[in-house]
Design a protein around this ligand. Sequence first.
Ligand code: EPU
Length: 342
Amino acid sequence: MNIIENCSLLEHNTFGIAATARRLVEYSTVEELQDFIRQRNLEGDRTPQLHIGGGSNLLFLKDFEGTVLHSRILDLEVIRDESEEVCVRVGAGWVWDEWVEQAVGKGWYGLENLSLIPGEVGASAVQNIGAYGAEAKDFILKVEAVDLQTGEQRRFSTEECQYAYRHSIFKAELRGRYAVTHVHFLLNHHFRPNLDYGALLQALSKNGVEAGQVDANLLRRTIIDLRNSKLPDPKQLGNAGSFFMNPIVQRSVYERIAEQYPNVPHYDVDAKRVKVPAGWLIEQCGWKGKALGRAGVYERQALVLVNLGGATGHDIEVLCHTIQDDVRQRFGIEISPEVNFI
Ligand code: EPU
């Protein structure tokens, strides 16, 4: 177990906010985490605790006056290997994209469209990360977790995780209660590309590749190039990927917008509801490439807020609220942050 008192969180949040934690605890096994919980209970420690992954979805508004927990569990175990499918148990501490790279390299297919998403495996199961027509839940079979109050282990089936768009039970009624320690993924031995996302086919055909010719490595490469072309590298420009979720609105709301903007991009959710890209709404409000002090809106993707250098969490929060107000006034739509404010 690695314990650091008064730890800087600069390297633990991709926004690059200079907050500190009273204590950072990194554990490498379930037993180490359980020891920590036992000790904490013995001491009657009631200070707040926060479990982080890669820190790619966090905004620190102030220093954290408690313990920040971080998993370094790096297990990788094939549980079941059959002719069609393979089930792999992966430690929560794996960097997500290193796990995707391993999987593709071993011929375990399915995760290609989720290449290069920042963060770690544990958080992928909390956040139900998604991109380019795929979501983590499509491949998660079960989740192992530890109760942060009692230290008890519990397994969650995919149904019990209550997955939806960027949502799970770990973000709702069980928020802060469990630490995910392992995720079981069910992947395919046969590669079947998921090319449903429009921009993906366009990117492939731009490189002279037809849908029938694509292999897993090429698909992964294409996704990586697409992400790099739209999303800033947090090492160069602090950010947390999409800052807002794409709002799901009643069809009548979408139709009202479409009267004025016939080309408004949208995705049908069901017969009654439509998803409208928040990036488009924000761009229409004139925010793309603009800034408010040290907090900015990325010039190539308006859904991404960036730290232009030395921004505080408060600076980003002010920009967030200003954008929300503008979108509400102009379109009557409420956009909610995907990022967690701490
Ligand atoms: N758009 C604009 N202006 C912008 C940004 C987007 O008009 O500034 C339009 C695009 O032209 C397109 C539509 O909005 O028609 C959708 O844009 P894009 O394909 O870039 O995807 P997104 O909806 O903005 C979502 C995810 C991303 C994921 C991409 C690709 C959310 C909150 N975000 O973004 O996820 O990579 O789709 O699948 O669902 C993340 O969660 O951190 C993230 C990066």
